[in-house]
Structures are given as structure tokens and as C-alpha cells.
Design a protein around this ligand. Structure first.
Ligand code: ATP
Ligand code: PAU
Ligand code: K
Length: 274
């Protein structure tokens, strides 16, 4: 059985996918720690494996009922890393190197994607956005629009010719809420949830409306602007921590797909492993 680790390092969270014989079996999410060490990163993977062994991890629908994981090094046959934090790329690469039989792959210049990049500098594109485009092409076909609601809110368009046509990068909801609380003396941190009504009757509700409903309006508005700009429309796929709640509030129809980036990593691994 081939064991592959797909590691997706984002600004707030790091997610590890366990891939067995090309099937995504389970996921493990930890906060991203900018002072992480290679030893610490190995610890994260060991925790994941131990939690799996003890039946504490919810398995993906396609997972086999029984999983036998290696208990000694190498714990995996290979690994693929997508990182949007340059400082952590090397740390996780060293960790993955010690965990696996073969040299880990990193999403970035030099890795085959099978994707045409309609960008002025493809090397600049976030590895997460590239991984999402790769999986979107397989799962939804071209054209397709991916909206990622994480630390930042990003839009990635796979155009009607199947190329990554660039997109939009905006501050995410948590960042917006933090900036508001930091910048205004009478405003404090609020929990990010859908307000009871559009017009808040107190400060917290008004802030929730501004952040959550503001995000909904921004996404709906930008989607329309994108269709106007392109001259065609396409399926919309929502990913990231806030995808479910925002999808429910959007005027546009959207599919939530929380494993898109990890599946993109799986595909990139298959395409690039020797
Ligand atoms: N509480 C949670 N438990 C498990 N998984 C989670 C949890 N929250 C989010 N995730 C998953 O972790 C991944 C990353 O989450 P999130 O969107 O918060 O990332 P982020 O680090 O803010 O991303 P980015 O830096 O790209 O904006 C997503 O795929 C999401 O499904
Ligand atoms: C925009 C983020 C932070 C989203 O995770 C990441 O994809 C990134 O750092 N990208 C680099 C810039 C770009 O994608 O064009
Ligand atoms: K920065």
C-alpha cells in the first residue's frame, strides 16, 4: 500500500492529508506555527497517525474500513507540500524528508502542473491557488471559479480554455474583524457569525453584519463582475473555513468542496513522482 502525505501550509492553518493508494483517507488540521521546527512538524504527523490508530479521526467517505499504518520510519512513501509561508516550506520539507522514503515534492516553479498559467509571473502564484486550480480542472472542468475563504478571500478562475487566468486577493473576514477592533477605540473583537438581522441593533450585531454580510455582498458582486468581464459564466466552488456559512447566504449557487486543495496536491504528486 502506497502511503503519501499531502501537506497544505496556509497562513492560519496547516492541513495534512493522508493518501493511501491514491485515495484521500483522512485529514488533520493544526494551527500554523511560524516558529515550527522540523522536529515539531514530525510531531504533528505522529499525532495524526496516533489519533488515526485510536479511531479519533473521522475518515473520508472513500476510505477503506481498515487502515494499517507503518509504525517505524519511513512512515510514508512520499510527500507533497504546498506552502504559502516561505519560512515554513524548508522546515516541513526537512520533516517530510525524514518521514518518507522519497524526496518530498514542493508546489512551485519546476513542478509540472499540466495547467496553462495565463499570468504575468506564474512563479508568484500561491501554491494553494495552483493546487486548487489543478483539482478544479479535474473535478469540475473548465471554466470554473474557485473562491477560498480563509485568512484572505481569494478568487481563482480556470478560464474557458482551461488556463489559470489569475483572480482576486482580498482580506479575509477574520482579518477584517481584527482590523476593525484594532483601529476603532469603541469596537472590540466579535465572534464571526451570521447576524440575526441585516441592520444590527447593537455594536456587535452591526459589526457582524458589516463583516459577514459585507463579505457575502462582496463575493456576489465580484462574481457578477467577473462574468461581465469574461463574457461567460461558470460553476462556483467555495472552499475554506467559512465556506459553508457563506455558501448558504450567497445569491449565486455554489458548491462547497473542502478537500479541493488536498486533492490538487494528490494529483500533482501523481503527475510528478518518478
Ligand atoms: N476547525 C477546523 N477543523 C478542521 N479543519 C478545519 C477547521 N477549520 C478549517 N478547517 C480546514 O482547514 C483548511 C484551511 O482553513 P482556513 O480556510 O481557515 O485556512 P487559512 O489558513 O485561513 O487559509 P488561507 O491562508 O489560504 O487563507 C480548510 O480546508 C478547512 O476546511
Ligand atoms: C493569497 C494567499 C495568502 C492565499 O492563501 C496565498 O495564495 C499567497 O500568498 N499567494 C501569493 C500571491 C499570489 O497568489 O498571487
Ligand atoms: K507578508
Amino acid at each position: 500500500m502506497a502511503v503519501v502525505l499531502a501537506i497544505d501550509i496556509r497562513n492560519t492553518q496547516t492541513q495534512i492529508g493522508l493518501v493511501l493508494d491514491g485515495v484521500l483517507v483522512a485529514r488533520w488540521t493544526v494551527p500554523t506555527d511560524s516558529s515550527e521546527t522540523a522536529d515539531g512538524a514530525i510531531g504533528v504527523v505522529l499525532q495524526f497517525f496516533e489519533a488515526l490508530e485510536r479511531g479519533l479521526v473521522r475518515l473520508e467517505p472513500a476510505a477503506p474500513t481498515r487502515i494499517d499504518l507503518p509504525v517505524e520510519a519511513p512512515l510514508s512513501d512520499g510527500a507533497i507540500i504546498s506552502s504559502v509561508i516561505p519560512m515554513l516550506t524548508d522546515v516541513w520539507t526537512r520533516a517530510a524528508q525524514r518521514l518518507s522514503k522519497s524526496r518530498p515534492l514542493t508546489v512551485g516553479p519546476g513542478l509540472k502542473t499540466g495547467l496553462k498559467m495565463s499570468l504575468t509571473d506564474p512563479a508568484e502564484a500561491g501554491a494553494d491557488r495552483v493546487a486548487e486550480m489543478v483539482a478544479a480542472k479535474t473535478a469540475y472542468g473548465a471554466p470554473c471559479l474557485v473562491v477560498d475563504l480563509g485568512t484572505s478571500t481569494t478568487f481563482q478562475l480556470l478560464d474557458d480554455k482551461g488556463a489559470f487566468r489569475g483572480g482576486i486577493i482580498a482580506p479575509g473576514m477574520e482579518l477584517g474583524a481584527q482590523a476593525l477592533a484594532r483601529g476603532a477605540a469603541q469596537l472590540a473583537d466579535v465572534e464571526l457569525r451570521t447576524p440575526k438581522s441585516l441592520l444590527g441593533r447593537n455594536t456587535a450585531e452591526a459589526m457582524q453584519a458589516g463583516i459577514v454580510m459585507g463579505e457575502v455582498a462582496r463575493i456576489d458582486g465580484l462574481i457578477d463582475m467577473i462574468w461581465n468581464d469574461c463574457g461567460y459564466e461558470a460553476p462556483v466552488v467555495l472552499v475554506g473555513q467559512h465556506a459553508e456559512s457563506i455558501a448558504a447566504l450567497l445569491a449565486h449557487e455554489a458548491t462547497v468542496d473542502q478537500t479541493l486543495a488536498l486533492r490538487g496536491l494528490m494529483e500533482l504528486y501523481a503527475l510528478n513522482k518518478k
